[in-house]
Design a protein around this ligand. Sequence first.
Ligand code: GCU
Length: 607
Amino acid sequence: MNKLRYIYIVILLITGTAAFAQQSLIQNIYSRKHISLNGRWNYIIDPYEMGYYDYRHEPFDQSKSGKGGFYDDRKQIDKSELIEYNFDLAPTINVPGDWNSQAEKLELYEGTIWLRQKFLANPANDKKYVLYFGAVNYEAHVYLNGKKLGVHKGGFTPFQFDVTGKLKKGENFVVVKADNTRKQDEIPTVNTDWWNYGGITRDVLLAELPKSHISDYKIQLAKGNAGKIEGFVKLEGAAANEEVTISIPEAGVKATIKGDGQGRAQVNIPVRKLKLWSPESPKLYHVEISSGNDKVSDKIGFRTIETRGQDILLNGKAVFLRGISLHDENPLIPGRLRSSADMRMMLNQAKELNCNYVRLAHYPHSEEMVRLADEMGLLVWAEVPVYWTISWENAATYQNAEKQLTDLIERDKNRSSVIIWSIGNETPLSEPRFKFMSSLAAKTRELDNTRLVSAALEVHRKGFDVIVDDPLGDKLDLVSFNQYGGWYWALPKDLSKYKFQIKYNKPVVITEVGGSALAGFHGDEDTRWTEEFQESLYKNQIPFMSTMSGLRGMTPWILTDFKSPRRQHPYFQDFWNRKGLISETGKKKKAFFVLKDFYEKTEQKYK
Ligand code: GCU
């Protein structure tokens, strides 16, 4: 091979890798010194990706010149020059915020939108800088000052780039090519029952860290052992055998541990009399981790979660998960949840229902939402969007699912509210699906052996038998499944004729049950879409589900009505899935009070 070609390949490898290298997630980045890049971003709608491909459909950012894309935000050199875009003259939308709910013509838009923000920086030579995105749905190409930082896929997990040495003193600009086009081989695939909100839907931060810093840590109770804190601390750039100090002043803990020489220190601290975290008493401790000249603090709750036979044990005591499902969407303010204000509103509605538990369906919700659950005392089922008809035999699809699962677990591994990692929802039976999901379950346990692993399994009916014998159940800690008796099959008053046949002697946590009602539409209980029909469904479903000896929880579908492109009835739905117990105007439907009452009674029983 001639020398020139060899050099070219080496350059390509370096630049190519650099373009796709992403800084692995900095734990608790919000606690770091940072500026927020949230606010009004200019945007350009680009359905034919003119800002990315030249007329021969070659990507500008892989051309020799690297010039020509919308990302370089070129200024006109002379008045005769042809430039067919301009961010300064472009409209703006709020970031964080999906674009669908911010402009009428974007409500159903699926494709590329370019977003640009300008910001001032004053980078110091002895610091490291990280550009962080809470989430961009679905594929993000990110550029800083006209240079590509890299690409991220996955609409609900954070990602970040090391931008040390790439910031200018003074004005900088970041450009994101966000593309929410659904594709069969992605995670999720093309077929979902939720709105495909596109764009930068969560925070954007520029964080500053010491060059040698604490990049990651896990500080939690060992599985089933309230007397031992276990985990690790990861150091970047530090002297390999740097010491680490962990202090939890209120628990009388101050431990100094040595790194293992590879920048990682194992945590193994005996503790006595920790006030354990629970929904009734969501105790969070101030935890401080220091090493060298870096220090990071966090608020962490300590609890144990495990199963024994058909019981779920929280801190060693049997618990019933009085739950409700949520999408990451606040119907009152259309679009993705965008601030702790609307997240707190949703979780307060769950508390009003007497919940001690929420299913954050069907994808990772924001870190802020999970931290609120820690603070407010709600147990959490967290989930990746391995939903329905995934491309089970595509290796890249599996890698994508595993990466999203890993990022979710990395991000939330210190959150006491999270007790269950869910690897998917209602995935149709096949050998390739069993292999795919079994690998995900194994990966989950490898990443975190302290929490339960589950998924919404397949269920089928034979006569009056409702049968759960999904082979995936063997790989999971809970038997969880969605059953819509009274809505998609049978009438509410006929449910007592049916019985559950469950193959596994494990705790049963129903992941979905429910039916639709248009708030304010009233009639007799046999009239579908009325509040009375939905109320009757809940009144009949609760005793029906209670016939299962192993029932240890449920998350009825769903707290509030939510947008879905699959719900076209012009009067009753109008692109809304109406299974909410609360309408998009905040009105509680009659069924809300049936579930609330059941949970009140269940709470007494489990005191
Ligand atoms: C399914 C699915 C949900 C969907 C619900 C429904 O079980 O998991 O995402 O919204 O049913 O049909 O309303």
